[in-house]
Design a protein around this ligand. Structure first.
Ligand code: TD3
Ligand code: ZN
Length: 314
């Protein structure tokens, strides 16, 4: 079933201390694979699109793209026996947030974390007003998404990661429904130079203060088996490193409820596509070449559902 407001899914996860995967899509193939995985695991799932995905799906027109994506997600969610929500990931301005809200998205993220604090508060509060009027929830981010380096001082960490006291002030003044605290992850396939680690003390403080559903960005695990397969078939992604499963489990234990994943799906899909193009060189039907990639996405999503503990939580 399509869930009109993501808050319904995340409030339950917050209460029972489990995580729900939020998976990025740009197209039909990724969506079908994600929903199949969620149904097989009887797990709630959040599908998310970036602003870039909206433009891509609308062939340059992000408002049209928002409607195309929402139509597709609602169509597949309708008869799925699990809750499916649609979220705008990293919305940067009011125009994109409004396009998503008007297209029927279940929630929007307003990411004004790069702006000065007061401006972040102002723009976030404004979007919360519009969104709540449409029964849509809002996510915001505090701090910068950068990996924790081994030799970084406490003051340097303070300058980039979330400030728990600021989180309290921010939540009270904006009315956001979920918060993404920067605790040491980053986007993409190269998250850590040394060993993977996150600032769990900071996470615990933010949870204690806000008590709200929290979001982990840059949460892909960058699975070595797919990185290797991609490289074996011609990719050049050396030295890739993500957030291992045990660290994801620990994050959930300390209060993370929404786990954003894009890179893992991309790498798995492309590794299998590269292999299919190599193994089946006479194939000219793209659908047949996409299928192994879709199966890999399904497998990755199912594995993450098990790690996050959302199987059977419908
Ligand atoms: O917001 N996202 C998805 C878009 C990031 C670009 O890949 C995340 O936080 C997930 O990041 P990742 O790279 O770990 O999948
Ligand atoms: Zn993100």
């Amino acid at each position: 079933m399509y869930v009109k407001n993501t808050k319904e899914i995340l409030d339950k996860a917050n209460k029972d201390y489990y995580g729900v995967g939020a998976f990025n899509i740009n197209n039909l193939e990724f969506l079908q694979a994600i929903i199949e995985a969620a149904v097989e695991k009887m797990s709630p799932v959040i599908v998310e699109t970036s602003e870039g995905a909206m433009s891509y799906a609308g062939n340059g027109d992000f408002r049209r793209g928002a409607r195309v994506l929402a139509g597709m997600v609602m169509e597949f969610a309708e008869d799925a026996p699990v809750p499916v929500a649609l979220h705008l990931d990293h919305g940067h301005d009011i125009e994109h947030a409004m396009a998503a809200i008007q297209a029927g998205y279940s929630s929007v993220m307003i990411d004004a974390s790069a702006k000065p604090y007061e401006e972040n508060v102002k723009i976030t509060a404004e979007i919360v007003r519009f969104a709540h009027a449409a029964n849509t929830s809002v996510e915001a981010e505090l701090g910068k998404l950068v990996g924790i380096e081994d030799n970084v001082s406490v003051s340097e960490r303070d300058a980039t990661l979330v400030d728990p006291d600021e989180a309290k002030n921010f939540v009270e003044r904006t009315g956001v429904d979920f918060l993404a605290p920067a605790i040491g992850t980053s986007h993409g396939a190269f998250k850590f130079k040394g060993e993977a680690k996150l600032d769990f003390d900071r996470l615990k403080k933010v949870k204690q203060i806000t008590k709200m559903p929290l979001v982990l960005h840059g949460a892909s695990s960058v699975l070595p088996r797919y990185v290797k397969e991609a490289n074996d078939y011609g990719a050049k992604i050396e030295g890739a490193k993500g957030v291992p499963y045990d660290i994801l489990k620990e994050s959930v234990k300390y209060g993370i409820n929404k786990i954003n994943t894009d890179t893992d799906l991309r790498v798995a899909f492309l590794a299998e596509l590269r292999k299919a193009l190599h193994d089946d060189a006479s194939q000219i039907d793209p659908r047949k070449l996409f299928k192994p990639g879709m199966n890999a996405i399904k497998e990755v999503v199912m594995e993450r559902i098990d790690v996050l503990g959302s199987a059977g939580k419908c």
